[in-house]
Structure formats: C-alpha cells, structure tokens
Design a protein around this ligand. Structure first.
Ligand SMILES: [Zn+2]
Ligand SMILES: [Zn+2]
Ligand SMILES: [Zn+2]
Length: 201
C-alpha cells in the first residue's frame, strides 16, 4: 500500500479547518496543493533536493509561512507540526491521518474558544444596558447622591465586563452595580442615592 500523508491547517480566509490527503508520490514528484473549499487558503508543497519547501496559510495570524522540511520527516514517522512565528503556536500538521485529524480538532476548539473570549471581552462595553447604567450613575452623581459610609464623597468609577464599580477614594471600599440585564437597570433607576458601604470613621 502506498504511503499517504494528511495535511491539516486552519484557513486564514474563512477560519475553517482544512484537511487533505496526498500520496508520498504526489508530495515528492511535483507541486502538491491543499486548497480550502473557499478557494483562498492554499497550502503548497514543492519538492526540493532534500525534501520539500512548504507554503502554509496560517489561521492564527492570517499570514503565510514558509518552511523547509526533509523528506524523511515529511513522509515517514509521526509527522511534522509547524508553528506560527507570530504567535508561537502550532498552525499546521502533516502526518498520519488519525494524528492530524485529532490535532486539528484541538486546534479548531482552541480557536473557537479564543474567538468567544474576545467577543465577551467587548460585549458589554458597547451594550445599551451598560450605557444606560452609566448615565443613571452620572445623574445620581450630579445631584450629589453618591457617598460612602466612611463620610467621603470622592469616588472612582470603573467599568467591568458586566458591572460598574464605584470605589471610595478615601477608604477603598467598592460598591458593585450589576450592569448586564434590564433588571439591573430597573433597580438602579429607582435609587435616589447610592451609598458605598464604607466603614464609619
Ligand atoms: Zn477557506
Ligand atoms: Zn502565523
Ligand atoms: Zn469610604
């Protein structure tokens, strides 16, 4: 049976994992390409005297990386993992089908998690609720309604992902106002004053 190698990478254009199988012959005889369904991600392997020169589309940084590999590593053994010089993480695998498929699944899951984390980071900064909560806090502040149990009227406002923190400048006590749901906004709207629960001097 002829040796086959599976090539896997994440397409930088559409973000999908791309897997392709090529025979050892195809990888050594001429230029072999593994192209994403979207037509943009394009992995290339060109034969050299000692192995192959690879062009790897990188789903982690969006660029293209080049690497030279020797023929033995390319065609035999556990396979090759290529890392992205920008992020330092692995972005392309070449080897036995099972191993490459498993590693690609891990890569896709890690990628997905990162994307979600990024979205969550920014999710509330531009949300309507956060905006409304902040303007409500400002209104209460304008009528001098924010104070601390320690007697201070100085405080700092910090925006968290799902809340607004009022920190007393004198004693450091924090009043956290949740700012994620309609209920959070409603319960703030009926407050005439806000008191940071600082200790009495
Ligand atoms: Zn693609
Ligand atoms: Zn990269
Ligand atoms: Zn205080």
């Amino acid at each position: 049976m002829e040796t086959k190698r599976t090539i896997g990478y994440i397409c930088p254009a559409c973000g999908r994992p791309v897997l392709g199988e090529r025979t050892a012959f195809a990888l050594t005889a001429s230029v072999a390409a593994v192209i994403c369904d979207c037509g943009k991600g394009r992995f290339l392997s060109e034969p050299t005297e000692t192995g192959a020169r690879l062009t790897v589309p990188c789903g982690l940084c969006g660029k293209e990386h080049r690497a030279e590999v020797d023929q033995k590593a390319l065609l035999q053994g556990p396979g090759i993992a290529l890392s992205c010089p920008e992020t330092g993480r692995l972005c392309c695998y070449i080897g036995p089908e099972e191993a490459v498929t498993a590693r690609m699944e891990e890569l896709a899951i890690a990628q997905e998690k990162e994307k979600r984390a990024e979205q969550e980071e920014t999710a509330f900064l531009d949300s309507i609720i956060m905006y409304e909560v902040l303007s409500e806090v400002k209104e209460i502040a304008q009528r001098g309604g924010i104070s601390c149990g320690c007697g201070s009227h100085d405080y700092q406002i910090a925006i968290r992902r799902t809340a607004v923190d009022l920190t007393c400048a004198a004693c450091g006590t924090v009043l956290r106002l949740p700012a994620a749901t309609d209920e959070d906004l409603d319960s703030l709207c009926c407050r005439y004053t806000l008191q940071i629960p600082g200790k009495k001097p």
